[in-house]
Design a protein around this ligand. Sequence first.
Ligand code: S3P
Length: 448
Amino acid sequence: MSSVVVTLKNTLDRQNLIITPPTSGLSLQGTINIPGDKSISHRALMLGAIAEGETIVEGLLLGEDPRSTASCFRAMGAEISELNTEKVVVKGVGLGNLLEPEDVLDAGNSGTTMRLMLGLLASHRERFFTVTGDNSLRSRPMSRVIKPLQQMGATIWGRKNNSIAPLAIRGQQLKPIHYHSPIASAQVKSCILLAGLMVEGKTTVTEPALSRDHSERMLQAFGAKLEIDPETNSVTIAGQPTLQGQKVIVPGDISSAAFWLVAGAIVPGSELLIKNVGVNPTRTGILEALEMMGANIELENQRIVAGEPVAELRVRHGKLKGCTIEGDIIPRLIDEVPILAVAATFAEGTTTIKDAAELRVKESDRLAAIASGLNRMGAKITELTDGLEITGGTQLTGAEVDSYTDHRIAMSLAIAALNAKNTTTIIGAEAAAISYPNFVPTLQLISG
Ligand code: S3P
């Protein structure tokens, strides 16, 4: 087997990932254990922190984002063991008992940390909180959670007319609302449900399409009472439950598996087995999209682990064809659009991705970032206001490309580099540690 040369080079405060595939004969082979699901990891730490007693989390993602969540909740009184093994113990403070932190809470790069936490902070009466994040997070829209929280009676101040961080929150007794969210966002839904925990009465969120439901599943496991109406995409939470610490087993992150699914699908002769992948139907849009493109992916050993569906995924190389990805599937593959753009670049025909304007306000403007990186390598991608149009079948050539300090852009470009001629340098590849600290060693493992 010819192998890929993968080198990491540190510059002052950034890391470059340099990838040179062999001129011929590369195939990817092996079994991959992916890191824990990022969304479930955040929720396990947060619910553990506000529940009574002990929560034991197995398989926690040891990435930068969950570390941000852990440090915020430690600052508010929860005891959370060191994040140096995947088994983490959380001793909760009990509902309503988060302490006023002495300093600013720093959510780092993590939108999930900031948006979900805001629901809890706004509802903690007589306590004052300030919240900030890194350059990216301080530019991301927070009004989508601040507005519904204000309707519940929250007091929140922030820059640009209370819409971006840093934010200041004076906790209040909130009142229940029925919120019709204009966007399908699990972060918005979860923020309101978490605020609803502290409210007397029932709080309902209705969303235009179903977003990931990890909060609903885990809140129920911890003892909250929820009513779910799949007809209208509505969730209702009854306030003031007793939340009891639980054992949470975090499945592998399908958003991290997606990189290997596409790598296996596009590199000739490849076969990869990805173990222990969370296949919650609100997250499997990527499998459906790749299937529409003709990818050869099998689900093996499907099972339920601690309330979440899990399977092994086997991918084999095969010919891909272009397709249209739009509508209700978008929230179920929202984080996978950059790596889908890579798959589309190697597919025959045109792939159109629409209804994905949300990508413009992620860790970077992901439509612009992935289009510019892949186009530098020779792809033919046109940006749409809410998506991408990708003409497949072009030969990529290595180039110097930028991660825009976005983990998913860094990893998507690394996968594209495997199928490109010559050397690709990804500037700012350290971003991968947000959700996938072992990405580079895994890449080395499967590429010989
Ligand atoms: C997440 C929800 C999604 C996703 C993000 C994680 C979550 O964001 O993009 O990576 O854990 O709830 P939105 O809810 O903003 O779509």
